[in-house]
Design a protein around this ligand. Structure first.
Ligand code: ATP
Length: 362
């Protein structure tokens, strides 16, 4: 089922939680709503579900305007962070609940409901657990039962709100892979909320990055990571450093010094250069570099990280080197970005951003 959200706005007591958000989701897509706390992810999900109604704007399920319809009429399956299984019901009864409460004319027989519950337990890889109670299951098993229950009503769309948020890191990782496989088998249009970028990048077909009630970017995990559309996305996804620069005559400067990076198309004045730690080179014999002073060196299993403070602007940058690079780094260093993106200063929002890649300047 395609889902289309058009200029959706939601205000709580005059506080705008969503500002005119528009989004098109194609049938069968697995979509992550990713953003920091308070960015509006859950509000958007609840509006799509019909648990909340918009202040303005509309939601289409296929060609049908679902904006004023109840949750039940929208036929959505949900899973929340805190497994809302009924404690006093067995696993089979939990899974069959949504079918049992249907109108008499649409309600399958008890035997049919039980059969469907067993099939769904097979699907979520928990065969034979029909007669257990939720208290007899692990956290990961409960979430899989919650998913089976959501699937039982044959939902038109599956909505998951931090479904693995309450689980420990290892189980979370396993369930992520499992959910991806399940999605490939069942093909439901699925929208899930997460504030975990790794989860979003690993699991989804497309990621919707949100901040302050607005969509910053919609794209595949590669697009989001490799070509962030805004300064927010650049700094929120993956590691990056921001270097305040000034543009003059189409060239980037740090302080008074040209760093040999083109910024064509940007008007003269202040701007922001973003770079990933592995895209910063340490160079010598080049007059056009970013001068910095090393403040720390640390390493993990795969890489060595040099932290440095840039001359004249007190900004810190991080450079990632292979762990077996045994050069000693201390004192003054000279840096050059290999790939970067320059965004106009926040006060000049109408200017274009510029993407760049070495060789730097001829
Ligand atoms: P989190 O990751 O913390 O769940 P989120 O991105 O899902 O955050 P929302 O829960 O959608 O964010 O909240 C967006 C904004 O709307 C927040 O500032 C929140 O305080 C506000 N908000 C959400 N629900 C209500 C409500 N029922 N009444 C008043 N304000 C609300």
């Amino acid at each position: 089922m395609d889902i289309s959200v058009r200029e959706l706005r939601k205000t709580f007591d005059r506080y705008p939680a969503l500002h005119d958000v528009s989004l098109d989701i194609q049938s069968g897509e697995l979509i992550a709503l990713l953003g920091p706390s308070g960015s509006g992810k859950t509000t958007l999900l609840r509006l799509i579900a019909g648990l909340e109604f918009p202040t303005s704007g509309s939601i289409f399920y296929g060609t049908e305007d679902a904006s004023g319809k109840s949750v039940r009429d929208r036929q959505v399956g949900f899973v929340f962070q805190h497994y809302a299984l009924f404690k006093h019901m067995t696993v089979a009864d939990n899974i069959g609940f949504g079918l049992k409460v249907r109108d008499r004319s649409k309600r399958p027989s008890s035997a049919e409901i039980r059969r469907r519950a067993s099939d769904l337990l097979d699907l979520v890889q928990l065969p034979g657990l029909e007669d257990r109670y939720p208290s007899q299951l692990s956290g990961g098993q409960r979430q899989r039962v919650a998913l089976a229950r959501a699937l039982a009503i044959e939902p038109r769309v599956l909505l998951l709100d931090e479904p693995f948020g309450a689980l420990d890191a290892k189980v979370r990782k396993e369930l992520r892979r499992w959910l991806r496989e399940l999605h490939e088998r069942t093909g439901h249009t699925t929208i899930f909320v997460t504030h975990d970028q790794e989860e979003a990048l690993e699991l989804s077909d497309r990621v919707v990055v949100m901040s302050q009630g607005r969509i910053e970017q919609v794209g595949t995990p590669d697009e989001i990571y490799d070509t962030p559309a805004t300064p927010f996305v650049f700094s929120f996804i993956g590691d990056s450093s921001e270097i305040p620069i000034s543009v003059s005559g189409g060239e980037a400067h740090v302080g008074n010094r040209s760093i040999g990076v083109f910024a064509e198309g940007l008007p003269d004045g202040p701007a922001r250069l973003f770079v990933r730690p592995h895209d910063l080179d340490l160079v010598s014999d080049d007059p056009q570099t970013i001068a910095a002073v090393v403040t720390a060196v640390r390493r993990n299993s795969g890489s060595r990280f040099v932290e440095a403070e840039i001359d004249g602007c007190r900004s810190k940058v991080e450079i990632e080197l292979p762990a077996d690079d045994m050069r000693v780094f201390e004192g003054r260093i000279a840096l050059k970005p290999k790939r970067w993106k320059i965004f106009p200063d926040a006060k000049r929002p109408n200017s274009q951003s510029v993407v760049g890649k070495g060789p730097y300047k001829h």
